[in-house]
Design a binder for this molecule. Sequence first.
Ligand code: DHB
Length: 392
Amino acid sequence: MQKRTVLRLLLGTGLALGLATHVGAADTKPFKIGFILPMTGQSASTGRQIEAAVKLYMAQNGSTVAGRKIELIVKDDAGVADSTRRIAQELVVNDKVDVLAGFGLTPLAAAAAPIATQSKTPMVITAAATSSLTEASPYIVRTSFTLPQAAVSIAEWAPKNKIKKVVTMVADYAPGIDAERTFKDRFTLNGGQIIAELRSPLRAPDFAPFLQRARDASPDAIFVFLPSGQGAAFMKQFAERGLDKAGIKLIGTGDITDDDQLNDMGDVALGVVTSQHYSAAHPSPANKKFVEAFQAANKFRPNFMAVAGYDGMRVIYKAVESTKGQAANGDALLEAMKGQIFESPRGPVLIDGQTRDIVQDIYIRRVERQNGQLWNIEFDVQKSVKDPGKKK
Ligand code: DHB
């Protein structure tokens, strides 16, 4: 009897010790975040902006969370979907990352989504902005925006501001189609008329023929969506073709007056009105701090991609923190990402627990020169906008 009690005690202690060692090991295992970004190619500015913001977040918040060392892995997919898929596979299988993140374009995020689903790995989209993407995997959480979310406000503003006839011009792929459809539906509902719908190729576009057709149609304005990185080239050709001189206004989602390029666009950008979720000129104390720290570290201005990368890290850090670094699997981590509410440099945001998409304020902004630089100056806001593009 006595012997058995001793044995039981010993066994118990051994078990407890074993458990302690096991927990200790889990504790110290690094928490791995695998960012897949276009660091080269046509969308390289998206990768450069997001990587800079992620590194800033880590510099400001430390690289240990709830006892776990955060290990950042950044891989370049050059904007090619086959590479995104292969890299996502390698990150999950070989590196055993806890979270996948990044995804600079919609087709790249779509290519990785099945891998997130199969491996039950949370996938934080910090760039791609087609509405339906969150439905590509139940493991997707988005900190960027959606085109329908951004496009509604300018479609409301335009008809109240002497813009009745519009030519739409969008990049010919999913977010462009989202922007085109959303703008058209809301603008026509408010009495506007779409007189032509033009679509430019995503890769290496030459805007000249589209601008010529737009000019020939004599609209009050052109509504434009182009992905980050194409705005400056478009703006240059807009001026070269004399559309500004012809009195044709330029409106769009804020991707066209992207803070990454805006300051180099010159006078042609002055007065361009767009709607979007982020301006580097957003006048909140949180944003001033963010922009100052970002510019000190990088010598360039953060754009909407940077802020989504920064907030993506916040969502991941808080999920590690609230699961005490011990999330047993991707599902627990995903749950901890849902419903987060916080003050982003862009303003207040919520990760909707149902849709896993971001709810945020959308601002209407006009390009102005202030202190010798071009900025998107916000002059109106629609609060707490949920993506209107989701299937009901
Ligand atoms: C997408 C990419 C962009 O650069 C952008 O500004 C908006 C959307 C996309 O591919 O989803």
